[in-house]
Design a protein around this ligand. Structure first.
Ligand code: CP
Length: 356
């Protein structure tokens, strides 16, 4: 990739029209820039402006309209090729990206580590350069190593979409979470969002903290002290200069849930625990699990969210997970519309410098 193209990836924000049409017309009316000029990838939300996030949420409204039609198909990405490249297990994210791409008429090819030359030891870089040689337009990737999508983005012309990298980021999950919140309770600004559980290992929490803070939410997090990131002290606000400055760290799950508009329970990531970080699952559930008693401390009608997959009976009790305040299944449903919006924003508009 030449210097000009590298530069275009880090170009500053320029005003761009925000797509507001909820009718879905915009999807078929031709590309409308939603993201700032020069944005090529979705790696995390930390460098997204509130206007770009709002543009994606508005676009997802249009995509939802497409999903409500009898024939769920639009030609927006006809002729484009999207690869899903997953080095870690996934149900929701991988399937919803595949479905999103197909509804937009793109050709979607799924590459799994088990059935590709990764199994023969091919490196990540050589794998993506091989895919790039086939002139793909977007690579949707999940990888156990934090930062892997950034490495890939520096070496390929295709749009790179981070579908989860290690403990670092899961931006499309945060976008679909914000979309779900906005659909239920309106503007995100000023809403109190409690994020409860294993903050340390949660890429969902990190991307949500970036996205929600940009949209003006009051964020309160809590979890066992051993599962909080550096700079997060129970009972304190994350100090200035920290990437998550201003986030309130509650001393208990009860305190976090009190008066919340949204309670987001996080999955205990058994696969990422070092020994000794967690008490027993039983104790975790008692102290940090979201149950009906704890949820009752939130505002009446508060939303209960979980990114999935759930460990029912550990971080969330079954009655509330499937209760009236739960929007967990809607999160999954909204994931398709949100990922359609992301694919459209990154693939439909002609990209500067060619390629992709
Ligand atoms: N929320 C989420 O990323 O789920 P999957 O691991 O099933 O994709």
């Amino acid at each position: 990739m030449d210097d000009l193209r590298m530069e275009s990836r880090s170009a500053g924000l320029q005003p761009s029209p925000v797509q507001t049409a909820p009718s879905g017309q915009s999807v078929e009316a031709g590309p409308t820039p939603i993201l700032r000029s020069g944005r090529r990838d979705l790696l995390d939300l930390d460098d997204f402006s509130p206007e770009e996030i709002t543009g994606l949420l508005d676009s997802a409204e249009g995509m939802s309209e497409v999903l409500s039609r009898d024939v769920r198909k639009t030609p927006a990405l006809r002729g484009k090729t999207i690869i899903t490249l997953f080095y870690e297990a996934s149900t929701r994210t991988r399937v919803s990206f595949e479905q999103a791409g197909k509804i937009l008429s793109a050709d979607v090819i799924n590459v799994t580590t088990e059935a590709s030359s990764v199994k023969k030891g091919e490196s990540l870089l050589n794998t993506v350069l091989t895919l790039q040689a086939m002139q793909v337009d977007a690579i949707v990737m999940r990888h156990p190593h934090s930062g892997a999508p950034y490495l890939v983005a520096h070496h390929v012309d295709a749009a790179v979409i981070n579908a989860g990298d290690g403990t670092h980021a899961h931006p499309t999950q945060a976008l679909l979470d914000m979309f779900t919140i906005r659909r239920h309770i309106g503007a995100i600004a000023g809403k109190r969002v409690a994020i409860v559980g294993d903050i340390l290992h949660s890429r969902v929490a990190r991307s949500n903290m970036h996205g929600l803070s940009k949209m003006g939410a009051q964020i309160v997090v809590c979890g066992p002290p051993t599962l909080l990131p550096m700079g997060f002290e129970p009972g304190r606000i994350v100090p200035e200069g920290h990437p998550f400055e201003g986030v309130n760290v509650a001393a208990s799950a009860d305190e976090a849930c009190e008066g919340a508009d949204v309670v987001m329970a996080l999955r205990i990531q058994k696969e990422r625990q070092d020994s000794g970080r967690l008490p027993s699952m039983r104790e975790y559930s008692t102290v940090w699990g979201i149950n009906s008693k704890r949820l009752a401390l939130a505002k009446p009608g508060a939303l209960l969210m979980h990114p999935g997959p759930m460990n029912e009976g550990v971080e969330i009790s079954s009655d509330v997970a499937h209760g009236v305040q739960s929007v967990i299944r809607e999160q999954v449903q909204n994931g398709v519309a949100m990922r359609m919006a992301v694919l459209y924003a990154l693939c439909a508009v002609k990209r500067e410098g060619g390629g992709g």
